[in-house]
Design a protein around this ligand. Structure first.
Ligand code: ZN
Ligand code: ZN
Length: 357
């Protein structure tokens, strides 16, 4: 963890700034280890300051890397930034996606005139894209917990249970195996509801002859997993099978295309082309995947609009889907670590169409 602030300081000159104010909680956690809800960081070549309020002083003493000087301040932490700055003219960066208009105005009001406020985009997020070995291991462990809970769930069957019951059982299974929580709200979408990529689980009974899209993940030691499987219940018709096989072919092609040095756009295109050639191009309305780490959606993004290039150590999802409104949906998602040669798949659940009671 100690190398992270040093790596960040190295890229500050590139961004044309002297100091960075970090206010996004996941970024604060990444840099310091602090897991509380109110904490900010000021970072520069000769300055490493962590600030929190009285509620978190003890927690910060336990969690925050000792290379940071710890300060205590009133609840509105940015009010204290001016007090800890070194004197003299400087360019102070802030995270423009995380500082509100009101906070910005207040900062401007409190800072001396020779401190210039500079909005920066995703400086810490860029570091977070490439995972350290220990981070990959944490994600691998989260994934294993999620997979084990899923196998138990399927062994108990799906027909006759409601989507909500299934989602709850899956979440309970993950927590029993050590997860702190689900890494996002579990999606269980049966039959026509499968056509909604972000459907909420409802009080509706899963029937025979349906496809059920289940998208779930565990959070373990702060790191997330993310996986989707589409499961058939007994008596599925031909259309469902056809669409499933198309999505599976696209997903395998996408996995095959992942490697360090490939553009994220290009990898998205490989899977997309399979679905287009199958006649369902219009029915695959989202990007192929996203980074996963402390947050379940991070960079890099795998889509036609992405400017990201894949690097060894990225952890990304590969999750094509086909959504037929009023009929059915299929999505298959794996979580992978990008390597120089290709990728290593962290999710272990089988992808041949599985049919359960
Ligand atoms: Zn997912
Ligand atoms: Zn995902």
């Amino acid at each position: 963890m100690r190398v992270r602030p040093a790596r960040l300081v190295e890229i500050l000159p590139e961004a044309g700034v002297d100091l960075l104010l970090v206010t996004a909680p996941f970024n604060v956690r990444y840099l310091t280890g602090y897991t509380g809800s109110n904490g900010i960081v000021l970072l520069g070549e000769r300055l490493r300051i962590f600030i929190t309020d009285f509620r978190y002083v003890e927690q910060a003493a336990e969690e925050v890397d000792p290379s940071f000087e710890r300060r205590r301040a009133p609840l509105e932490l940015i009010e204290s930034v001016a007090d800890v700055l070194p004197g003299g003219a400087l360019r102070l960066a802030f995270e423009d996606a995380h500082v509100s208009v009101r906070q910005h105005a207040r900062l401007r009001e409190l800072l001396p005139d020779d401190v210039e406020l500079v909005g920066t985009e995703e400086l810490v997020e860029r570091l977070r894209m490439v995972k350290e070995l220990a981070e990959v291991e944490a994600i691998r462990a989260a994934s294993a917990v999620a997979d084990a809970a899923f196998e138990q769930l399927l062994s108990e069957g799906l027909v006759g249970r409601t989507e909500r019951e299934v989602a709850l059982a899956l979440e309970a299974g993950m927590r029993e195996r050590g997860a702190q929580r689900a890494s996002f709200e579990t999606i269980v979408a049966s039959g026509p509801r499968g056509a909604l990529p972000h459907a909420q689980a409802r009080d509706v009974t899963i029937e025979r002859g349906e496809l059920v899209v289940i998208d779930w993940g565990a959070e373990l030691d702060g790191y997330c997993s993310d996986c989707t499987r589409t499961i058939a219940t007994n008596g599925l018709g031909d259309q469902g099978r056809e669409v499933y096989e198309l999505v599976r072919t696209a997903q395998l092609a996408g996995l095959e295309a992942v490697a360090a040095g490939r553009s994220a756009r290009e990898v998205d295109g490989v899977a997309r082309e399979v679905i287009e050639n199958g006649g369902y191009g219009e029915r695959f309305g989202h990007g192929l995947g996203h980074g996963v780490g402390l947050e379940v959606h991070e960079r890099p993004r795998l889509s036609q609009r992405s400017q990201d290039a894949l690097e060894a150590g990225n952890v990304v999802t590969v999750e094509p889907g086909v959504y037929l409104p009023g009929e059915l949906g299929v999505r298959i998602e794996d979580l992978v670590v990008v390597t120089e040669q290709g990728c290593e798949i962290l999710t272990s659940s089988p992808k041949e169409l599985r049919t359960v009671q």
